[in-house]
Design a protein around this ligand. Structure first.
Ligand code: NAD
Ligand code: LMR
Length: 338
């Protein structure tokens, strides 16, 4: 039985409608790249999220298989699969949140920027679809290099006349997840009790953990600061090397993506005080995009928080981060404007 059969239409649509009519929170979420290493566990975790009423799974390969599999989970969300470019518009129409992990991952020896050649075009095509079919959706962009793909998405939306900077968020949550884990190890705490703001961007030195702002308030020796900063900045490379050619972080990324998507959905629902780090359009520095804490609300990133006072180590790190970020952002913008 094909996943979008008449029966699914009858039962599934009714179920989604009922939830909406009953006032139950139910958002429509699409995952683009849903059959990939991140996409599959991300789809599974989103199917378990009670805030999701409809889950659209789009990929250029294997979307029907992943959809059939996930759709057997006895949770509330109705799941539909979409395969290949001709089905992109159906996948996107009516969505509240679009999560994009489509694109190639790194192999050992590569930088995230080495992925630009392939992923820039993929992100452009998918964002053209978003602009056409769900221009008001919140977009969570995971595809690397995030420091360039977010500017690419912004330019595509500007061209289409649909750009709302609040609704476009580059996902840097994995840096925060790693920072919480590594800092908790050093402090001997449960990672769930630790909150580390990570600012800047999502590649090498652009990943800047602010250890002076760790909660609970903590102090670190210069050696601990150096060790933690490097480990957080190189977290992605640590996984790429350990996987030895079989890709990059997928499971921890799916966890981080769901943590972030859930925060976006709680914001959309109108919950107060939802604050997470993300790479967004920003006036915090002279750069047009920067990752900081943002407050998530009904319109997306409704407030972008300032950095606050930094220590000397962080000020030096910030200058390095800005230099590399400026180039990556410009590369993304030029890709569309050229
Ligand atoms: P993967 O190769 O396992 O999966 C990618 C999926 O994208 C595949 O299923 C592929 O078919 C699909 N795809 C390719 N072109 C597509 C298109 N035009 N439309 C729709 N789908 C398309 O890779 P992965 O491990 O899931 O990683 C995906 C991306 O996420 C990579 O660019 C990786 O670098 C990035 N990533 C980002 C973070 C982050 O923190 N932001 C973390 C980990 C990985
Ligand atoms: C990560 O941080 O794990 C991702 O950006 C993937 C990568 O290439 O490192």
């Amino acid at each position: 039985r094909p996943p979008n059969s008449q029966m699914e239409e009858r039962c599934g649509l009714k179920r989604a409608d009922c939830r909406a009519k009953g006032g139950a929170p139910g958002f429509k979420v699409a995952i683009l790249g849903a059959a990939g290493g991140i996409g599959q566990p991300l789809a599974m975790l989103m199917k378990m999220n009670p805030l999701v009423s409809v889950l659209h799974l789009y990929d250029v390969v294997n979307a029907p298989g992943v959809t059939a599999d996930i759709s057997h989970m006895d949770t509330g969300a109705v799941v539909r699969g979409f395969l290949g470019q001709p089905q992109l518009e159906s996948a996107l129409t009516g969505m509240d949140l679009v999560i994009i992990p489509a694109g190639v991952p790194r192999k050992p020896g590569m930088t995230r920027d080495d992925l630009f050649k392939i992923n820039a075009g993929i992100v452009r095509t998918l964002c053209e679809g978003v602009a056409k079919c769900c221009p008001n959706a919140i977009v969570n962009l995971i595809s690397n290099p995030v420091n360039s793909t977010v500017p690419i998405a912004a330019e595509v939306f500007k061209k289409a006349g649909t750009y709302d900077p609040k609704r476009l968020l580059g996902v840097t949550m994995l840096d925060v997840v790693r920072a919480n884990t590594f800092v908790a190890e050093v402090l001997g705490l449960d990672p769930r009790e630790v909150d580390v703001p990570v600012v800047g961007g999502h590649a090498g030195v652009t990943i800047l953990p602010l250890l002076s702002k760790v909660k609970p308030p903590s102090s670190f020796t210069p050696e601990e600061t150096e060790y933690l900063t490097k480990r957080i900045q190189d977290g992605g490379t640590e996984v790429v090397q350990a996987k030895a050619g079989a890709g990059s972080a997928t499971l921890s990324m799916a966890y981080a993506a769901v943590k972030f998507a859930d925060a976006c959905l709680r914001g959309l629902r109108g919950d107060a005080g939802v604050v997470e780090c993300a790479f967004v359009a920003s006036e915090v520095t002279e750069l047009p995009f920067f990752a900081t804490k943002v407050r998530l609300g009904r319109r997306g990133a409704e407030e972008v928080y300032q950095l606050g006072p930094l220590n000397e180590y962080e000020r030096v790190g910030l200058e390095k981060a800005k230099k590399e970020l400026a180039e990556s952002i410009q590369k993304g913008i030029s890709f569309i404007r050229k």
